[in-house]
Design a protein around this ligand. Structure first.
Ligand SMILES: *Cc1c(COP(=O)(O)O)cnc(C)c1O
Length: 418
């Protein structure tokens, strides 16, 4: 600890020990009480702002009181994603090892901008990228990727890398240097972070051409092919097709193999947005639902979705080992140079200063192992199937009763199946 900060920005050892201890007790109390409190409360903006207006930071405060305030008010006001009756499973209850990892990361504060600053952290993330790339069916020497804040950044990375791949001059002269307007394709069920990515890249949302879906809400291949040829005839420059492996609303998986065939014939980059659905590669009997994903040029995978690590942990994966460096590399005198055979994350991604996001994935996997995750995912799929058979049509005014009954049925099933 820096001496001059002691007692101010860094608490003295005894106060620190008290703070950690109280924090742990308070978190355990939260977990104990959680099943008994409502999952969500209607928000009251005025009350919240009034509450916070007492904090003007003019006077230093007490550490234990400040922590107590925050935990109590979060407990009172937030939507409790770790609650056993919270069913928005895009945000599952966080893994214990993930919570421990985030605490370690905050305390040791590794800076991952340059490899040499934190070799172990950089290599852990590299190891995870290789591991997941292989799980998705790619071969070791060709796999690359990078941890992102979340899926939206991974999708943004996908649009940027595919632009740089199709139009190498985009790196220096930008879109204005291109002879024709680049366009990309995604089904109308795809995630809207692609629209934002198009805006952020300077393409504009009009460059995102939405493809129709079939009766099962999957991207329709005839619609895709028709749009590509129409667009070529109109002078556009198609460069990317985004296939979704697990749509946000219905969990639909686009026909990856057949989209890959179209993309390869048309010379388009194929990005698979498998933000939550990608976890299916962990369960052997589910692996086939993602058949063809190995033909994608890049994949978005969110560990904070189905792998349940605390938010956020997006991963961008690619089987083009040079593309991230081509897209993001830059060198400057104030950054340390590279070490043989390693890459500096700052020259390899959207971010510069970088948090050690991979640790929560590493520690969760190190403790649960693939078998642990396999068992959890398998069981959740069974629950999903069961829910699919429950009649969810709700008579007028009967919503709460009906949902309560569904919850009971699921709970009973859980108990029966252990
Ligand atoms: C959640 C999700 C995203 C966005 O990811 P964030 O982690 O929320 O940024 C993108 N695509 C799909 C299919 C998703 O489910």
């Amino acid at each position: 600890m820096h001496r001059e900060n002691e007692g101010v920005l860094q608490l003295r050892e005894r106060e620190r020990a008290k703070l950690w201890q109280r924090l742990i007790e308070r978190l355990e109390q939260y977990f104990r009480e959680l099943p008994e409190i409502p999952v969500a409360q209607p928000p009251n903006v005025a009350a919240l702002r009034a509450l916070l207006s007492s904090f003007d930071f003019a006077r230093p405060g007490d550490a234990l009181e400040a922590v107590e305030f925050v935990i109590e008010e979060l407990r009172r006001t937030q939507v409790h994603t770790p609650h056993p009756r919270y069913f928005g499973l895009f945000n599952p209850a966080p893994t214990s090892m993930g919570i421990a990892a985030d605490a370690i990361v905050a305390a040791l504060n590794p800076q991952l901008a340059a490899w040499s600053h934190n070799p172990l952290a950089s290599e852990i993330e590299r190891h995870l990228v290789q591991t997941f790339g292989q799980r998705f069916g790619w071969q070791a020497p060709n796999i690359d990727g990078v941890f992102c804040t979340a899926g939206a950044e991974a999708n943004h990375t996908a649009v940027l890398t595919s632009l740089c791949h199709a139009f190498p001059e985009f790196r220096t002269s930008g879109l204005r240097g291109l002879p024709s307007q680049p366009v990309l394709y995604i089904s109308c069920e795809g995630h809207h972070s692609i629209l934002k990515a198009a805006r952020l890249c300077g393409l504009g949302t009009a460059a995102v051409h939405e493809v129709d879906v079939d009766s099962l809400l999957r991207l329709d291949l005839r619609s895709l092919e028709a749009k590509i040829s129409e667009d070529r005839a109109r002078g556009f420059a198609p460069f990317l097709v985004v296939a979704t492996a697990g749509t946000t609303t219905a969990g639909v998986i686009d026909p990856l193999d057949r989209i890959a065939a179209v993309a390869s014939r048309e010379g388009l980059w194929l990005h698979a947005d498998a933000a939550w659905g990608g976890a299916a590669v962990i369960v052997p009997e589910l692996r086939d639902v993602l058949a063809g994903i190995e033909r994608a040029d890049s994949i978005t995978f969110d560990a904070h979705k189905w792998l349940s690590v605390p938010m956020g942990a997006g991963i961008y994966l690619t089987r083009h080992p040079e593309i991230l460096t081509q897209t993001f590399s830059t060198a400057t005198g104030y950054m340390p140079g590279g070490h043989l055979g390693t890459v500096d994350p700052y020259a390899h991604s959207i971010q510069w200063s970088r948090r050690f996001t991979g640790l929560k994935v590493f520690l969760s996997l190190a403790v649960a192992g693939w078998p642990g995750y396999e068992a959890v995912l398998r069981r959740q799929v069974q629950m999903g199937k069961l829910l699919g058979h429950v009649d969810l049509r709700v008579p007028a005014g009967g919503r709460v009763e009906r949902l309560t009954r569904v919850h009971h049925e699921l709970s009973n099933h859980c108990r029966r199946s252990g």
